[in-house]
Design a protein around this ligand. Structure first.
Ligand code: CA
Length: 407
């Protein structure tokens, strides 16, 4: 019977069966895992009723395990990262947001000691001022990450925190959507961060980082205050280095008094005097000695703690300066092919579409499809096919489009 069955099945059908068997196996082990998590969840303060109600219909989403293990296909140069996060559009949106929420920002600034531009800059980088919250249901992602893959212990804590938010904070599960790793809302807090640091600032008795802008802004301010933000300090400054400065001691953590940097000939790029006396500051060189240089204080470390990346903290810091009316960086990035703003990324995508390539919606997000289309277009134009969306690629596509236009 067994051999008869085997010979009757085509290879494709066997593969399907194997896939179905794997799915069934994953579902079985997921169900077993969830039942094992019930006890620890109750210990963490989740009621049996909450646990049962909100886990009964759950199915694992194995795509998040793929995202957990994904190696970045493409290392983003700092100038691409900064060009997309700090562009004229985000500055204009941020200034509009600051005007719209001025009273709440001022109130948050006086309560937490974090200035409005800094709060708004975090909001702009985290969720594009509440426009981009992520679309994955937290219960699904975090239960999957609790049962499969690396770091299950960490994600179990976040899964239980999500159940507690639903139980104690009365936020509906369908509002709890976010990144694949579980960061959610306008502040993109992890659920445990929410439980520790979110605040109710609009006075309705609920801490709502999804649908309440005042709650989101004040929670960000509270986060930074707890991370050590000092209202008397700037995050730091873009600086110019004297020729011959020994940069061996550079680095965010390698702090020395501002006055010591000043004595060595370091000056502010905006021409203001480098003051600050004995304020400790580290020399940050994100692209090496020939790119923009920054002296950063402990407030920069507070920004860093939000997402544990220096490029990320720098984007927030620079955006906050732009929101205060400051200009672009004085020193160019050390490249002959600078990055694109989001408006330019959309233009590049529209030019690719006009050439007949499928990049999906021209949304300004450079993903795999845009890169593949760009590589093909670069080959067509006789350019190095690196798939990087920079100024050179945009210029070449524009020239090609202009050459095709009659007249
Ligand atoms: Ca509230």
């Amino acid at each position: 019977m067994k051999s008869l069955l085997a010979t009757a099945l085509s290879g494709a059908a066997l593969t399907l069966l194997t896939g179905a068997a794997q799915t069934a196996q994953a579902a079985d082990s997921f169900a077993a895992c969830l039942s094992q998590l019930r006890g620890p969840a109750l210990k963490a303060g989740v009621s049996g009723a909450t646990f049962d109600t909100h886990t009964s219909g759950l199915a694992p989403d194995m795509a998040v395990i793929g995202l957990l293990d994904a190696q970045p296909e493409f290392k983003t140069p700092i100038w691409d990262y900064m060009a997309g996060l700090v562009d004229d559009e985000r500055v204009a949106d941020g200034q509009a947001g600051m005007a719209r929420w001025q009273a709440e920002l001022d109130r948050a600034a006086s309560r937490y000691g974090v200035d409005p531009a800094t709060i708004a800059a975090v909001w702009g980088v985290e969720s594009n001022f509440g426009r981009t919250l992520g679309g994955r249901p937290l219960l699904t992602s975090l239960s999957t990450l609790s049962c499969f893959g690396r770091r299950q212990a960490y994600f179990r804590g976040e899964f239980f925190a999500t159940l507690k938010i639903i139980q104690d904070e009365h936020i509906a599960p369908d509002r709890l959507v976010g990144s694949w790793a579980g960061a959610f809302g306008q502040t993109q807090f992890m659920p445990s961060t929410y439980l520790r640091l979110a605040v109710d600032f609009d006075g309705d008795g609920r801490r709502d980082l999804v649908d309440s802008v005042p709650d989101a802004l004040a929670s960000t301010a509270n986060f930074l205050k707890r991370a050590g933000w000092n209202p008397a300090l700037a995050w730091g400054y873009e600086v110019r280095l004297p020729a011959g400065l020994d940069t061996a001691g550079s680095g965010r953590k390698n702090k020395r008094p501002m006055s010591s940097w000043a004595r060595q000939g370091v000056t502010r790029a905006d021409g203001q005097p480098l003051t600050g006396g004995d304020t400790p500051a580290g020399l940050l060189l994100p692209a090496g000695r020939n790119g923009p240089a920054f002296l950063v204080t402990r407030n920069f470390d507070a920004l860093y703690s939000y997402n544990a990346a220096e490029s990320y903290a720098l984007a927030i810091a620079h955006l906050s300066d732009r929101l205060r009316g400051g200009g672009p960086l004085a020193q160019a990035w050390p490249t002959d092919d600078p990055g694109l703003s989001r408006a330019e990324r959309r233009e590049l995508q529209r030019l690719l579409i006009a050439k007949g390539y499928d990049v999906g919606e021209p949304d300004g997000m450079i993903g795999t499809r845009t890169r593949q289309a760009l590589q093909a277009a670069q080959r067509e134009l006789g350019l190095p096919a690196d798939g990087r969306a920079g100024q050179k690629a945009l210029k070449a596509l524009k020239a090609s489009a202009a050459a095709k236009t009659p007249g």
